[in-house]
Design a protein around this ligand. Structure first.
Ligand SMILES: Cc1cc2nc3c(=O)[nH]c(=O)nc-3n(C[C@H](O)[C@H](O)[C@H](O)COP(=O)(O)OP(=O)(O)OC[C@H]3O[C@@H](n4cnc5c(N)ncnc54)[C@H](O)[C@@H]3O)c2cc1C
Length: 452
């Protein structure tokens, strides 16, 4: 990445860039042959699971590499306006200089704000603030017909709500206005280890109700070692650690307390891409010392997966990398099943406050679910064995428990099941408005591995 990010630019410069993108969409749309689809060329690597035979490789690329600047940081109103292709790491460097961070900061450095809306990013502040989309106030979008529109919860609310979790199938996000929250320079971490998942859940519930932490997530190292990671902003520290060479997730088992600079806290999982480095042998100290800067970091790990996809399926079937959002009332049932079928650790657990069931989820599917607290269980790198398709098994179980498996990964949903949990009628309504020729593919077509 050679481009300089986070230049604060005047709105006219942004308008010029977006007009160019809209014109190229119009031009391509006019000349598109049947079966020709569009996808995006961004400045940073994609944080969806790399697939060797992904048909998107043959798509017409819309270049949005220029969309990496900030228009405004308003510390009084606590609002930022930035272009959708800016990676969080660069955005955060700038907002931290003003004493603020976005309301939700996904943990991998090069996730972009547009990608975070489209792919439902959440993290350790989500137990209070929800996902990144929940902190957003307005989107600018280039549609599949090259129209430039603005939407918010007040203006065009259906479009605003449906681009969240639509994985770019309703248009191109070009500008995002979102809330900022005050930050301090350091984060004090406290690691509390519980001997059972039940005891661990009691602690999660207590902090969820009290909202007394700045950050809360967990690493389940084993059923008997459930570590709740509690973070609080602090001004001053007795010492601090940075996990760019050392392995963060292991430190949660080894320590009771730690201090991290806020920037390094936010991206604490980036070096290992959570713990996917394990599957590439990159926890080996010799290899880390020799080639760390080329191999470590989520961008490198995901690029390795893109270039050498066989490494992500050494068992013959793709390793499982997936997030599932399970209603709190059903999490114990999920855990029991997970132990029986996966029994794979560490498991990353992120409590997630959902203000209201998102409109892209079929309301009939969620009937009877009263929870505002969901638990995100993130599985990184489980090696499949035997005949079972573990991805499909996960889909079935989560469906039964009225949860959602995010689509960032391999998806094997039969079409009727997919449209049982996804809100087809509202999706189709918005799609007819923003991409009537289906140039970005419909979401089932785009995200399901079985549809090729
Ligand atoms: C290994 C791995 C680890 C992850 N870890 C985390 C984590 O720690 N925290 C977390 O919150 N999430 C995590 N994620 C999920 C991640 O947040 C989502 O996949 C997110 O969508 C990635 O954003 P991106 O900027 O990389 O976009 P991409 O991966 O490039 O795109 C994701 C989807 O969004 C669409 N899209 C991207 N930009 C735009 C745009 N400007 N307009 C319209 N559509 C767009 C793309 O077309 C694509 O369908 C992880 C994913 C993986 C695979």
């Amino acid at each position: 990445m050679t481009k300089k990010f986070y230049t604060v630019i005047i709105p006219e410069v942004h308008e010029h860039k977006v007009k160019q993108i809209a014109e190229s969409v119009k031009r391509y749309a006019e000349n598109a042959s049947p079966g020709q689809y569009f996808s995006l060329k961004k400045i940073s690597v994609s944080h969806t699971v790399p697939k060797a035979d992904d048909p998107r490789k043959k798509d017409k690329k819309i270049d949005i590499k220029s969309l990496t600047d900030i228009i405004e940081i308003d510390t009084e109103k606590r609002i930022c306006i930035a272009e959708a292709g800016i990676p969080f790491s660069e955005l955060v460097k700038e907002t931290l200089d003003h004493g603020f961070i976005p309301g939700t900061v996904p943990e991998l450095k090069t996730i972009t704000i547009g990608g975070a809306v489209s792919g439902c990013s959440i993290e350790s502040m989500s137990y209070k603030y929800g996902g990144f989309h929940d902190s957003c106030l307005e989107y600018e979008i280039v549609t599949g017909t090259g129209e430039i529109i603005r939407c918010s919860r007040q203006t065009e609310p259906e479009i605003f709500e449906m681009v969240h979790g639509a994985f770019g199938t309703l248009g191109i996000l070009t500008l995002i206005k979102f809330k900022l929250i005050p930050a301090k320079p350091y984060v004090r971490m406290e690691y509390e280890t519980f001997p059972s998942f039940d005891r661990f859940l009691e602690a999660v519930e207590k902090h969820y109700l009290r909202r007394d932490l700045d950050f809360m997530d967990a690493i389940i190292h084993s059923p008997e070692k459930c570590v709740l990671c509690k973070g609080t902003f602090v001004e001053k520290v007795p010492y601090f650690n940075i996990y760019t060479r050392k392995i963060f997730y292991k430190s949660t088992l080894e320590r009771d307390e730690d201090y991290l600079p806020t920037y390094h806290y936010l991206f604490r999982y980036d070096t290992e891409c959570h713990w996917l480095t394990r599957n590439y042998g990159l926890e080996n100290p010799l290899l880390r010392g020799l080639a760390g800067s080329f191999l470590l970091g989520s961008s490198n790990i995901l690029r390795i997966g893109e270039k050498f996809p066989f490494l992500t399926k050494l068992s013959g079937k793709p390793d499982v990398v997936a997030d599932v959002f399970v209603p709190y009332s059903n999490i114990r049932a999920f855990w029991k099943w997970y132990i029986e079928f996966f029994n794979y650790f560490p498991l990353w657990v992120v409590p997630y406050h959902i203000y209201k069931i998102y409109p892209w989820i079929n309301p009939e599917f969620m009937e009877g679910i009263e929870d505002n607290l969901f638990i995100d269980c993130a599985i990184y790198g489980f090696r499949q064995k035997g005949e079972l398709n573990y991805y499909r098994a996960l889909e079935d179980k989560v469906f039964e428990l009225r949860g959602v498996k995010t689509l960032i990964t391999y998806n094997y949903y039969p079409e009727d099941i997919f449209w049982t949990w996804y809100n087809r009628s509202l999706y189709d309504e918005v799609k007819a408005r923003t991409d009537p020729r289906n140039l970005f593919r419909n979401i089932y077509q785009k995200m399901n591995y079985t549809v090729r």
